[in-house]
Design a protein around this ligand. Structure first.
Ligand code: ADP
Ligand code: MG
Length: 580
């Protein structure tokens, strides 16, 4: 076949295919136009998953008289005029492609009126051809109605999933924009039934409650970090460790109000939950990054869902640190019958941390006293952003069921899970002390041989240094056999062969941690920690509490489960009828 220029009706359908993949893409583009037009109220109605009808109405600026037809021309936009504009885009649209693309694959009716004009305009377009254009009386704002979507593209129509699936994608799109624009009132009706409805009050927590339910809305932790000269701002909400989901799809990220799908951003949030969430659990998060528009390139993808950052590092760390700080500050001691964990403000009422820590700064980690009682040198390798969420000084009262330590603090009674608490202590000791300065090891009087399977052997060889750094001295003995001559001093009294194989297995599985060091530390902590059902002396309990007090995150075990519950004095007074 000779090379020929495609007729315009064919080329426009090809181009439309890139932008308009399914009904939800139509909704996305129309809602973005409404937002760009400054609308405060956006109503969306979708019939049969959008294949029968999609309608988006707004109370935005409207289109000037005589311009409505132009909006359907390819590359016709009011949002940018020259190349420098393209370098710093502040609107959601800019390509001038959405309306012509939608119109190429459906039948569109647009009615629009500027507030200043006394008459509106109506334009009808059928598969790219304008079939009607004329004045029409209308309220101000814009209404776009799309019917017969993909009617002329049977191949594309075949790709549509069920009505329920397409409807749910539309709902996801609206929920996303509602979260990004709390000050805009959104309403979505699916086949006449209200599926999303927000008030436009401007309060993000309310929108989160509308989308995820009141309990989640109530528990979410707030993030509000202003941009600085070299750092982007980060705003939004993240779930406390007590709320999680089984996949990443509830991590919603925006950059300058534009919804984006970006692995780095999603990862930066998930990364902040290290040690707070179990493996393969993910938070709910809604984050808007305020970045300098010329630090990002939004023009990389036809549906504008991907962007490029000129420098990823500062964005990653700003988001990760903001989320981590909110999470740590928002993981207060669990209170018996009191407010839910992570209630906003709860952690901020904590007494000020003693020592050098100051809110809002990079927190120096309080030196951990060593065995002799001398304060250890400050640890250099700590992530600097962790606030030190302290425990008040506690006085041990006794042990319950050989499993929980009871203690008294300045505001009531604490019940401490001895295993979880010791796990936390050992975990921090390994990560902040042993892996930094080297571990103490305990030589075995009788070296022990252990059989390793191929996966364990491979890991041992690959992570020799790390394993040695933890205090293990292991030699190959021939075949599958290895000889253990020494183990980490934290594991004294445990079975050395079991400790080594557990270490290698936990490292292989991940145990919920990304890094090798943390995986290893977790294994040691879990293995070396005091068990439940183990009787402790008062002195042992006091020592454990003292070590817990020195931890950076004393309130949770390495996996985010609580180490303690708190029965406040107020609660006691209420329970005993001393106070209403
Ligand atoms: P883009 O959004 O990239 O500019 P579109 O094809 O989506 O391209 O829209 C073309 C133009 O039509 C916009 O630049 C805008 O001027 C106008 N327009 C579209 N929708 C609306 C709306 N809801 N309110 C006001 N103007 C609109
Ligand atoms: Mg647009």
């Amino acid at each position: 076949m000779p090379i020929r220029l495609l007729p315009q009706e064919v080329s426009s359908k090809i181009a439309a295919g890139e932008v308009i993949e399914r009904p939800a893409s139509v909704v996305k583009e129309l809602v973005e136009n409404s937002l760009d037009a400054g609308a405060a109220d956006i109503r969306v109605s979708v019939v049969q998953g959008g294949l029968d009808e999609i309608r988006v109405s707004d109370n935005g600026s409207g289109i000037a008289p005589g311009q409505a037809e132009l909006a359907f021309e390819r590359f016709a936009t009011s949002k940018l005029t020259d190349v420098p504009d393209l370098e710093a885009i502040t609107t959601l649209g800019f390509r001038g492609e959405a309306l012509p693309s939608i119109a190429a694959v459906s039948r569109v009716v647009l009615v629009s009126r500027e507030a200043a004009s006394d008459e509106g305009a109506r334009v009808e377009v059928d598969e790219g051809q304008i079939t009607y254009s004329g004045p029409e009386g209308a309220g101000f704002g814009t209404t776009v109605t799309v019917r017969r979507l993909f009617a002329n593209l049977p191949a594309r129509r075949k790709f549509m999933r069920s009505v329920a699936a397409e409807s749910s994608r539309v709902q996801t799109v609206i929920a996303r924009y509602a979260l990004a624009y709390p000050a805009v009132r959104f309403e979505l009706a699916l086949d006449g039934k209200t599926a999303v409805s927000t008030t436009g009050s401007g309060v993000l927590r309310e929108v989160v409650a509308d989308v995820y339910g009141p309990n989640v809305g109530h528990a979410m932790l707030e993030i509000d970090v202003d941009p600085q000269s070299d750092r982007p701002g980060v705003r939004g909400m993240i779930s406390p460790a007590s709320i999680s989901r089984s996949n990443r799809s509830h991590i919603t990220t925006f950059v300058n109000g534009r919804w984006v799908q970006d692995r780095m951003l999603t990862y930066s949030i998930h990364d902040a939950y290290r040690g707070f969430l179990m493996e393969r659990r993910f938070p709910i998060a809604v984050i808007d990054v305020k970045a300098d528009p010329d630090e990002i390139d939004v023009n990389v993808h036809p549906s504008k869902a991907e962007i490029r950052f000129r420098r990823e590092g500062p964005i990653f760390s700003a988001v990760q640190q903001a989320a981590r700080a909110a999470l740590v500050a928002g993981s207060p001691v669990q209170e018996i019958g009191g407010s839910p964990v992570g209630e906003p403000g709860a952690a901020r009422d904590d007494p000020a941390p003693p020592g050098p820590a100051q809110p809002g700064l990079a927190w120096p980690v309080a030196p951990l006293p060593d065995e002799s009682g001398h304060a250890a040198a400050p640890q250099p390798a700590q992530p600097p952003m962790l606030p030190h969420s302290t425990l008040p000084a506690l006085r041990v009262l006794g042990q319950v069921q050989s499993t929980y330590i009871t203690a008294e603090g300045p505001d009531g009674i604490y019940l401490i899970d001895q295993h979880a608490a010791h796990e936390r202590v050992l975990f921090e000791k390994v990560t902040s002390e042993y892996l930094v300065r080297g571990a103490e090891s305990q030589s075995l009087i009788a070296p022990q041989t252990v059989q390793l399977d191929p996966q364990q052997r491979e890991l041992l060889e690959a992570q020799r240094e790390l394993v040695a750094g933890l205090g293990f001295v292991v030699e190959h003995f021939g075949g599958r056999a290895y000889m253990i001559r020494a183990v980490s001093a934290l594991l004294t009294g445990t079975d050395p062969g079991q400790a080594l194989t557990d270490l290698l297995d936990t490292m292989a599985e991940g145990g919920g941690f990304e890094g090798w060091e943390e995986r290893a530390a977790y294994s040691i902590a879990c293995h070396g920690a005091i068990r439940a059902n183990q009787t402790l002396t008062m002195q042992e309990m006091a020592e454990l509490i003292r070590q817990l007090e020195a931890c950076r995150q004393p309130h949770t075990c390495p996996h985010g489960r609580p180490t303690m519950v708190h029965l406040t004095s107020a609660r006691l007074e209420r329970e005993f009828g001393r106070k209403a």
